[in-house]
Design a protein around this ligand. Structure first.
Ligand SMILES: [Zn+2]
Length: 139
């Protein structure tokens, strides 16, 4: 679970919703501003990017570089986080916020998983719905 303290039963699958004309292709996890956002798996930070829509974002590849985890609308990054930082599962990478095009009244983590293509470009991948993965067989 990428947001600390959120139970899987609180998640709502909004991957296929249409948001401003586009399929959302991510999971929005509502949480109070400042709640720690943690790595879902082990792997290196590949890109820290500030985009108009996503705000402060982190792109993290898993160790086998098959998957890219995308965390967006962060309030701020964890202290010392850099491109190349190796994160282990549960390490804090940032804090929930509403940067980018998120409503300031509804801070949340916009989270998705991309299956990387052969070029392993952080900006190219096929989005995979994280909901079934985050809600299956969790203690
Ligand atoms: Zn979203």
């Amino acid at each position: 679970m990428p947001v600390r303290g959120v139970s899987p039963s609180r998640l709502v699958d909004n991957f296929n919703e249409i948001h401003s004309g586009h399929r959302h292709e991510a999971l929005d996890i509502m949480a109070a501003r400042g709640t720690p956002v943690v790595a879902v798996d082990e792997g290196n930070v590949v890109k820290l990017f500030n985009s108009k829509r996503g705000g402060l974002t982190v792109y993290q590849f898993n160790d086998t570089r098959i998957w890219c985890f995308y965390y967006a609308h962060l309030d701020r990054y964890a202290e010392g986080l850099k491109e190349g930082t190796l994160l282990r599962r549960g390490d804090i990478l940032g804090y929930v916020g509403s940067s980018g095009n998120a409503s300031p009244d509804a801070p949340h983590l916009h989270f998705t998983i991309f299956k990387l293509g052969p070029e392993k470009h952080w900006w190219q991948g096929t989005a995979v719905d994280p909901y079934p993965l985050l809600t299956a067989n969790r203690p």
